[in-house]
Ligand binder design. Structure first.
Ligand code: AVJ
Length: 318
């Protein structure tokens, strides 16, 4: 089904219906981030077990200068910029090279963008901000131009895509990028299973609350009656697919009704709904994935323990 042009509400309803009637059942991880979910994710980033955010920030702090110099960029286009916490590490060097640098946050949450823009303009005098409000998968058609732009997709958000979805996403990006543009992608790396699984099964239970909040989002938006206490948080490393998979597991036999879309689902004890995949990457494979989508890997910036990496890519000259 083509859903292009559907209103966000209709799109949400369609996505939830599709996912909950699929076999196996799933919910799209982009719907985690309502106000409560965004706060819970911020709390996840502070957890001792959840290394990705602070590791990526440290890499940016150390190599941001070099990344910006390599990209020779006068504009930063950030996909899914959220609260733009790490963006300063790229904006500061960019402004040193080009006093009139441009920042283009592409973000679905208007409130997050306006708060971030205000703070960044304050911290970086001279910065011009041109926000694009919308889903970064849909809103790439009409971006501001510049001599050379650095597209940034941070936080290992790309890990939420299946390999096929990631390929399509990169192809789409390639279509809107110019030969002078660069692409910076934050990716979480394969590591010890125990360390990976701990990051998604924190001892304070914040990730469990984050996971279950997805059911609260569905309840609110579609007049549903998911009983959050009757669902368990599950997260494990799937070695074959090389991703962390999160699921919600029904603790008992239960019937759930989503009245707004007239959908009734019966769950048996142990039935599961996949709520997220979070892929873990290796350098060689990621380079191949980039090549297959028309990019070449030009730079690789990592921490000493190789927990996380920032891959810098350009369009392959054809
Ligand atoms: C924001 C998608 C990168 O996959 O690690 C954190 C989301 N899920 N804990 C990730 C998440 C559970 C996060 N990303």
């Amino acid at each position: 089904v083509s859903v292009t042009g559907a209103s966000p509400a209709t799109q949400f309803a369609q996505d939830i219906r599709d996912g909950l009637t699929a076999e196996p059942r799933y919910l799209h991880p982009k719907y985690f981030y309502d106000e409560v979910g965004s706060k819970l994710f911020d709390a996840i980033c502070e957890l001792p077990e959840y290394y990705p955010t602070r590791t990526e920030a440290a890499i940016l702090a150390e190599h941001g200068d070099q990344i910006v110099a390599r990209a020779a960029a006068s504009a930063l286009v950030e996909l899914g910029s959220g609260s733009s916490q790490k963006t300063g590490f790229l904006l500061a060097p960019m402004l040193r090279h080009n006093a009139g640098a441009l920042y283009v946050p592409v973000e679905i949450s208007e409130s997050a963008v306006s708060e971030a823009a205000e703070r960044l303009i304050d911290e970086h005098p001279g910065l011009r901000v041109v926000p694009v409000i919308g889903d970064f998968e849909a809103e790439l058609g009409d971006l501001p131009t510049a001599d050379a732009r650095l597209f940034a997709f941070l936080g290992s958000t790309i890990g939420n895509f299946t390999p096929a979805q990631m390929h399509d996403f990169l192809i789409g990006l390639g279509r809107v990028m110019q030969p002078e543009d660069s692409l910076l992608i934050g990716i979480d790396l394969v590591k010890d299973r125990a360390e990976l699984e701990a990051a998604y099964n924190d001892s304070a239970g914040v990730t469990a609350r984050f996971n279950k909040n997805l059911l609260a989002v569905v309840n609110r938006e579609l007049d549903g009656d998911f009983a959050l206490d009757d669902w368990q948080h599950v997260a494990f490393f799937d070695e074959r697919d090389c991703w962390i998979e999160m699921r919600l597991r029904s603790a008992r036999a239960q019937r759930v009704e989503l009245r707004a879309i007239d959908l009734t689902i019966d769950f048996a004890p142990g039935d599961e709904i996949r709520s997220e995949i979070s892929r873990k990457f290796k350098r060689a494979q990621f380079g191949e994935d980039l090549s297959a989508a028309g990019f070449s890997l030009e730079g690789w910036f990592s921490d000493n323990d190789e927990r996380f990496a920032l891959a810098l890519a350009q369009l392959s000259s054809s």
